[in-house]
Design a protein around this ligand. Structure first.
Ligand code: C2O
Length: 585
């Protein structure tokens, strides 16, 4: 993956530097993110059989680092498999808010509705714009649309609260998976995350447009990956001018503050003199996320899940990152309602601005990959969900229906990606600071993780063996080097997070600081998989580190020093290892 590919702005359609020998299935070739009404509504998928890579093969060739069985994240068990099916509407039950311990009713008000097939919408292309750049007229229109939604009959499926409750339905366990009793339908922590939220936003936007009779109506996105928008866009916090967009259940201390993507609950706001550094670090996190995951969609999008499966929860890098603004907007004290808890998150209009940005970031990822399909598996493409649409029908939507946003009738305005050339700046400003020769550096002994799970109460510093050293440029393009933090256990009613840093050992010893930030694990309350609360599946965090190792000149090291730094919640780590994963580009 060449760096020039990363340097493209979202409007240009870049292609992979490697031309595949055979025609790989692609999404409909979109020529640009701009208006283009000539694209046919027929979406050719041309999908082959499930082709998930057997990670065991990759690992066994390396001489088993952590124990082969522990590294296979997603093998299906005997009676499970296949795409996730839409729920049986008549079998909705109480969901739970584990943060408060309450049982909550998140059932949709259409338990007997007839289910229709989803059809792609017709009509003009809608342009989603950056929230901080909306004109007063556009904000006014948005406020008016939300006002109509809030003034409907509370039992109307279009009502604002009914719409907000859909998020609880699919996250807090209002339905068992069809034909898999006891296994709850959950759209977070896997490859369902991005497509499900795209569907959710689509219908929210269509309904708002219908309510104000404007087929061009598009929701704004909170462009927080841009240094000019790392604060809450003003209209979300302007109660007197936009009372219907406004929501009070938030951390009011953050109304004018700069968001640090390294935030944990209770951290003080950055001071103005720290802004340049916070912005640079934020941009670098976004840049690294793209750079380290382009060749391996599961790292960006999340790990596979199939019907009935109870394997490890594996949120991708974008979902992990997305949890932070949730937490940062939400109240600092319990209960973390609204944005800080999945049960209530969509009661705040900023949820939709935040998720439109997440959706846009997925679209940018897709453009960077030349629109190569992220997963060819039918288990992904045919997974489907039910939504109540803008024509007052319940429709069944498949993931393959929503992979082309222009076919769905919308696009994003083309803001330049502020993070696209941050690497040079970061290298110069941060990594370039050499220690002076006289500086006394104290080195610390460091050992391997061991075989027992370890509670993450204080920083854990360990030596981790690499599968291969001194990899050539070609080898790095063929296989991504991935750091796996395995069998993570955490409490589901709380915020849980930790940071991961990497450094190069100095003659087998660890240097005085943690090294470079490689990624983070971050979870909100709450995350339901099974009805019995205490047997939730464990989580796994996979972080691409190929480029990071170049940045710290560690390509020739046999081992790396990995430091896990606890931030929030009670977390236990099962193991840490490094493996190679084949790139699909
Ligand atoms: Cu369904 Cu931002 O989460």
């Amino acid at each position: 993956m060449s760096l020039s590919l990363l340097a493209t702005t979202p409007i240009s359609s870049s292609l992979s530097s490697k031309t595949p020998l055979h025609q790989t299935p692609k999404r409909v070739p979109t020529t640009s993110l701009r208006a283009n009404n000539t694209i046919t509504c027929e979406q050719k998928q041309n999908v082959g059989p499930s082709q998930s890579i057997d990670r065991r093969n990759v690992l066994l060739g390396l001489g088993g680092l952590y124990g082969a069985t522990a590294t296979i994240g997603n093998q299906a068990n005997a009676e499970s498999g296949g795409p996730i099916q839409p729920p049986d509407l008549s079998k909705c039950h109480l969901a739970s808010d584990d943060e408060t311990g309450e049982q909550v009713n998140c059932c949709p008000p259409y338990s007997t509705a007839e289910v229709h097939e989803f059809k792609l919408p017709q009509g003009p292309l809608r342009h989603r714009k950056a929230a901080h750049l909306l004109t007063p007229e556009e904000i006014e229109k948005y406020n008016a649309a939300v006002a109509k939604m809030k003034q409907l009959d509370p039992k109307d499926p279009w009502h604002f609260m009914q719409q907000a409750t859909i998020h609880c339905t699919y996250c807090n366990g209002a339905f068992d998976q069809k034909d898999h009793e006891g296994k709850l339908l959950q759209v977070h922590g896997s490859w369902l995350f991005l497509p499900w939220h795209r569907m959710y936003l689509h219908f929210w936007e269509r309904i708002l447009g219908t309510l104000i009779d404007d087929p061009t109506f598009a929701i704004p996105y909170w462009n927080w990956d841009n240094p000019n928008a790392m604060t809450m866009p003003g209209f979300y916090t302007d109660k007197s001018s936009y009372p219907f967009i406004y929501n009070d259940n938030r951390n009011h201390d953050h109304y004018k503050a700069l968001m640090d993507l390294g935030y944990k609950l209770g951290d003080p706001n950055p001071r103005p003199d720290q802004y340049p550094e916070v912005k640079l670090n934020n941009l670098r996190k976004v840049y690294n996320m793209y750079k380290e995951t382009l060749g391996k969609p599961r790292l960006f999008m999340g790990a596979p899940i199939t019907a009935g499966e109870t394997t490890k929860e594996g949120a991708g890098a974008l979902e992990n990152m997305h949890n932070l603004p949730h937490q940062w907007v939400g109240p600092v004290e319990k209960p973390y309602h609204d944005m800080g808890n999945f049960y209530t998150a969509a009661r705040d209009t900023i949820f939709f601005g935040h998720h439109a940005n997440i959706d846009r970031m997925w679209e940018i990822y897709s453009i960077m990959r030349g629109h190569k399909l992220e997963f060819e598996s039918k288990d992904w493409l045919d997974s489907s969900f039910l939504f109540y649409d803008e024509n007052r029908k319940v429709v069944k939507v498949k993931i393959s229906d929503v992979l082309n946003i222009e076919n769905l009738g919308y696009t994003y305005t083309s803001e330049v990606n502020a993070w696209r050339d941050v690497r040079k700046r970061y290298k110069k400003e941060r990594l370039g600071r050499k220690r002076s020769a006289k500086e006394h550096v104290q080195l610390l002994p460091v050992s391997e993780f061991g075989t027992e799970p370890r509670p993450l109460k204080e920083p854990i510093r360990i030596l981790v063996q690499r599968p291969k050293t001194s990899r050539s440029k070609q080898e790095k393009e063929d296989d991504l080097e991935v750091l796996v933090i395995d069998d993570i256990e955490y409490e589901h009613g709380q915020h849980s997070s930790f940071d991961v840093f990497i450094s190069k050992p100095i003659e087998g010893l660890a240097g005085p600081d943690y090294g470079e930030h490689a990624g983070h694990f971050n979870r909100l309350p709450h995350f339901h998989i099974k009805k019995e609360h205490h047997s939730e599946r464990k989580a796994q965090l996979e972080l691409g580190i190929t480029n990071l190792l170049d940045d710290i000149d560690a390509e020739t090291s046999d081992n790396l020093v990995v430091t896990l730094v606890p931030k929030q919640g009670k977390v236990t780590i099962g193991g840490v290892f490094i493996e190679l994963q084949e790139s699909d580009l």
